[in-house]
Design a protein around this ligand. Structure first.
Ligand SMILES: Cc1cc2nc3c(=O)[nH]c(=O)nc-3n(C[C@H](O)[C@H](O)[C@H](O)COP(=O)(O)OP(=O)(O)OC[C@H]3O[C@@H](n4cnc5c(N)ncnc54)[C@H](O)[C@@H]3O)c2cc1C
Length: 420
C-alpha cells in the first residue's frame, strides 16, 4: 500500500489499514523534511512559546517501526500512473502500489505584492519561524483574512505585546462557521483585546516589503504596517494528479466510502472532496484536523477490509481564542435559527444550536465540553430539533442567521487583489 502525504490523514490511514487486518508493506511518501507534526499548534502555543518552538511529533520512529510503516520524507509525488500502478516521485522513483491513498492535504492561498513578492502565510514550521521572527522584530503584524487561522494568530500575538490589525471584507468574520451570535462574541473578544479590526473593506493591493508595507483598501485608505501575513483559506494539493485520469474538482473527488474515480485509488482528509455525506448539504472538502484523522482511518479500514462502508462522522472543529476553546459539530446552513441552550453569550461558557424546522444542523459552543457529547450523538443519528431542545432546559431563539455562501470574505479579498 502507498499513502501519499505524511500528516494527520496519511498516518491515520496507515492506522486504519493495520486495524483492518492488512499485514503487507505500507509506504508513506511525504514532501516535507520534518517528521509529521501537530499542525494546529503552529497558530497557538508554538507561536508564542519561549525559546525554539518544539514541534509535537505525531508518531515516534519506534511506533512507525512497530506498525511496519516506511516513512519516506522529502519524497514529493509528481505523478500517478493508474495503468501500471505506481507513484512517480520528484526524485525519479516509481513506487509501486496495489492501492494508493491520497492524503496530500491543502496549502494556503497566496497573494503577491505589486512587486511580485509572495506574502507570508502560516502552514509549516518554516512559516512559523518567519512569523515569530517578524513579530519579535517589528512588534506589529497585519493579517489579511479573518478566518480561523487568521483570528487564532491575532489572538496569540495580541496577548504577547504585538500590535495586530486584521483586514476582512465581511463585517462579521466567521459567521458561516460559528453562526451569527457566536461570531459576534468572537469579534468583540478581539476588540476587547486591542486588535484593530478593519472590517467591511477589501484589499486592493499590497506594496513594499518586510519592515514597510502599504496596503491599499477598497475604501480608498492606505494601511501602513511592518509585516503582512495572509490567511485567506486553502486550496487542495491535487495538481500532481493532473492528467492521471483521477477525477478532480478542487480536490480529489471521492464517494462516501473514500473511493476516487479510478479503481484502487482512494483519498482522505483536506484533499478529498466528499461527494456525499449525511451532515453536508453539498459536495465539499472538510478542512479540519479531527476530520483528517477520522476520515483517514475510515478509508484505511475500507481498503484493508475490501469494504465500502460510508463515512458519516459528524464534521468537528475547534479553535482557540484568548484562552477560550470554541467547538463546532455539523454544518450551519443559510436561514438557520440559532438557539442558546446553555450559559449566556457574555459568559465564558455557552452552547448554541442551529437548525431549521424539525432539523438540527449544528451545535457550536464556547466550552461546555460535557454537554457537547450528547448533541454530537444526536447529530450522528440525525436527531430532531425537538430532541435537541429536550436535552436541556431551552430558551427562546436568539437570531436567524444566514451564513454567506462559500464566496466569502477571503475569496473576495483574493479576487480584489488579483484584479488589481
Ligand atoms: C496553523 C494551522 C492551525 C490549524 N488549527 C486547526 C484547529 O485548531 N482545528 C482544526 O480542526 N483544524 C486546524 N487546522 C487545520 C488542520 O491542520 C488540517 O485540516 C489538517 O492538517 C489536514 O490534514 P491532512 O493530513 O489532510 O493534510 P495536511 O496536514 O495538509 O498534510 C498533507 C501533507 O502532504 C504533503 N504533500 C502535499 N503534496 C504532496 C506531494 N505531491 N507528495 C508528497 N507529499 C505531499 C504536505 O506537505 C503535507 O505534509 C489548522 C491548520 C493550520 C495550518
Amino acid at each position: 500500500m502507498v499513502i501519499v502525504g505524511a500528516s494527520a490523514a496519511g498516518l491515520s490511514a496507515a492506522d486504519g489499514l493495520r486495524e483492518g487486518g492488512y499485514d503487507g508493506r505500507i509506504v508513506i511518501l511525504g514532501d516535507e523534511q520534518h517528521e509529521p507534526y501537530d499542525r494546529p499548534t503552529l497558530s497557538k502555543k508554538l507561536l508564542v512559546s519561549q525559546g525554539e518552538p518544539q514541534l509535537h511529533a505525531l508518531r515516534t520512529p519506534e511506533r512507525l517501526e512497530a506498525d511496519g510503516v516506511t516513512l519516506l520524507l522529502g519524497h514529493r509525488a509528481v505523478g500517478l500512473d493508474v495503468d501500471r500502478h505506481y507513484v512517480v516521485t520528484e526524485n525519479g522513483d516509481a513506487v509501486p502500489w496495489d492501492a494508493v491513498i491520497i492524503t496530500t492535504g491543502s496549502r494556503p492561498r497566496t497573494l503577491v505584492t505589486t512587486e511580485a513578492e509572495t506574502l507570508p502565510v502560516l502552514r509549516t514550521p518554516a512559516d512559523l519561524g518567519l512569523l515569530r521572527e517578524a513579530a519579535a522584530r517589528y512588534g506589529q503584524v497585519t493579517l489579511i483574512g479573518a478566518g480561523l487561522i487568521g483570528l487564532e494568530i491575532a489572538s496569540s500575538l495580541s496577548g504577547h505585546h504585538v500590535e495586530v490589525t486584521v483586514i476582512n471584507d465581511l463585517e462579521l468574520p466567521l459567521r458561516n462557521i460559528l453562526g451569527e451570535p457566536v461570531a459576534e462574541q468572537v469579534r468583540e473578544l478581539h476588540r476587547r483585546h486591542g486588535v484593530d479590526l478593519l472590517l467591511g473593506v477589501s484589499v486592493e493591493s499590497v506594496s513594499g516589503g518586510p519592515g514597510s508595507y502599504s496596503v491599499q483598501l477598497s475604501d480608498g485608505s492606505t494601511h501602513r504596517t511592518s509585516f503582512v501575513l495572509v490567511g485567506i483559506g486553502v486550496e487542495a494539493n491535487d495538481e500532481w494528479l493532473d492528467g492521471s485520469g483521477v477525477a478532480l474538482d478542487a480536490g480529489v473527488v471521492v464517494d462516501a466510502a473514500g473511493r476516487a474515480s479510478v479503481p484502487g485509488v482512494w483519498a482522505a482528509g483536506d484533499v478529498a472532496r466528499l461527494l456525499s455525506h449525511p451532515s453536508l448539504p453539498e459536495s465539499t472538502r472538510v478542512e479540519h484536523w479531527t476530520h483528517a484523522i477520522e476520515h483517514g482511518r475510515h478509508v484505511g479500514l475500507n481498503v484493508a477490509r475490501g469494504s465500502h462502508a460510508d463515512y458519516a462522522a459528524v464534521p468537528y472543529f475547534w479553535t482557540e481564542q484568548y484562552g477560550r476553546r470554541f467547538h463546532g459539530y455539523g454544518r450551519i446552513r443559510p436561514g438557520d435559527t440559532a438557539q442558546l441552550v446553555e450559559g449566556a453569550l457574555d459568559e465564558e461558557e455557552y452552547l448554541v444550536l442551529y437548525g431549521s424546522g424539525e432539523k438540527l444542523h449544528a451545535v457550536v459552543s464556547c466550552g461546555c465540553v460535557r454537554s457537547l457529547r450528547g448533541y454530537r450523538k444526536l447529530l450522528e443519528r440525525n436527531g430532531t430539533w425537538r430532541e435537541a431542545l429536550d436535552l436541556t432546559g431551552h430558551t427562546a431563539p436568539i437570531h436567524t442567521t444566514s451564513p454567506p455562501t462559500p464566496a466569502d470574505a477571503t475569496t473576495n479579498v483574493r479576487k480584489n487583489v488579483e484584479a488589481s
